[in-house]
Design a protein around this ligand. Sequence first.
Ligand SMILES: Nc1ncnc2c1ncn2[C@@H]1O[C@H](COP(=O)(O)OP(=O)(O)OP(=O)(O)O)[C@@H](O)[C@H]1O
Ligand SMILES: [Mg+2]
Length: 409
Amino acid sequence: MKEQAIKIALLAPQDGEAVAAAEGLEKRKGLRITKRAEHLAKVNGNGVALAKSHDIIVFHAGSVDDADLKAISGMKAEGKSAKLVAIASETMKVSDLFRLRNAGVTEVIPDSITPDDLYEQLLSYAKSLSAEARSGEAAQTHPHLRRGRIIAVTQSLGGIGSTTVAANLADQLQERSSRFSRTEANKVVLVDLDIQFGTIAAALDLEANELLFDLAMNGDVPDAFVIEEAVHRMDSGLAVLAAPDQFAPLDALKPEQLKALIANLRLRFDYIVVDLPRALVDWLSPLVQETDLMLMVTDTSVPSIRQAHRLIRFYTEEKNDLEVQIVVNREAKPLFKRRHHKAAEKALERSLMHWLPEDPRAAGKAIDHGAPVSKVARRSALNKSISRLGRSARKTLEETKKQPKVVKE
Ligand SMILES: Nc1ncnc2c1ncn2[C@@H]1O[C@H](COP(=O)(O)OP(=O)(O)OP(=O)(O)O)[C@@H](O)[C@H]1O
Ligand SMILES: [Mg+2]
């Protein structure tokens, strides 16, 4: 399929502040840039035409005045038109940000953004536009878009260790699979969607983050700017979106908010590891649809296997071809599977694929230090098993990437 360039109008008035990050944008792959040496307010009149003939309009929002706002609303009033992206100073007043948003600016990016990040953001906006317009064909149209893989971690019973699995798996996934070449680490983000009882912040000694609380309370669809602000970067390079400290009503988040969050993270990370809440809420639906691999953390007792089975049925009804693998926690892999293991496999219609031994010393050390097991107990049995889990998850995802998707009748 022929690749279509993303049409971008860049307003770079000669007397105005230059957008440093936009330097050299025209040389980037997949973009077709029209530079206009005019202010936003001045393109009015042919601004509407500009908005109709481009996918995105990028402009520098210095001081926001009424003429700018009028130009923006004019462009937006004309039905199908470009996405408006304002590049603004980090010191811009919140009231000005609101005025821009209310007038119809869809995204506001800080002017400190690097050229690479700006490029990625523009690709990301183009992808969401294409998704809106052509229901998901964007990846085919722009194959150079990065498409991170989503691993969702869930549990058959509380306290079984799903957060431990999610946090340590995310840590493991940062390593590239090649043992012999030192290449750049994978970009991994760990997302705590257990919005009421999430413990990732505590486990990694981080502050809580109020993004998901704010979204639940104000109903906004998050853009790249607010998501970037909310993601914490650990020294190891692992990115973490922690759960809020304040209690948000569990059903207050909306599917479209999750959709935007996932779409954004997928463009910026190679792996998105999600710690799921125990409750089954409708806003999880877009996440389940996009999940590439679900890990069900359980023990092998009859009640746990029964719950695991119910949950797997629920999730696979949501997405027929969802890949669900079982992680048995707190039990070393047996040499021979016992009778109750075989019964569990039969009930779950899947093998008990991954096993993590009971290792209170390593798990306790990790909690005490607020660090992954790989850092504080590298030689422990738990770390070795998690590392195996990481390699296996990477392999599963590589294989599913290669296979064309088969749609079940
Ligand atoms: N394999 C293991 N060996 C020993 N201790 C473990 C193991 N896995 C997890 N733990 C410990 O069990 C406790 C609960 O783990 P964790 O918070 O990961 O469970 P969870 O399933 O996410 O719980 P919740 O239902 O509260 O979300 C933690 O103290 C953790 O250190
Ligand atoms: Mg947990």
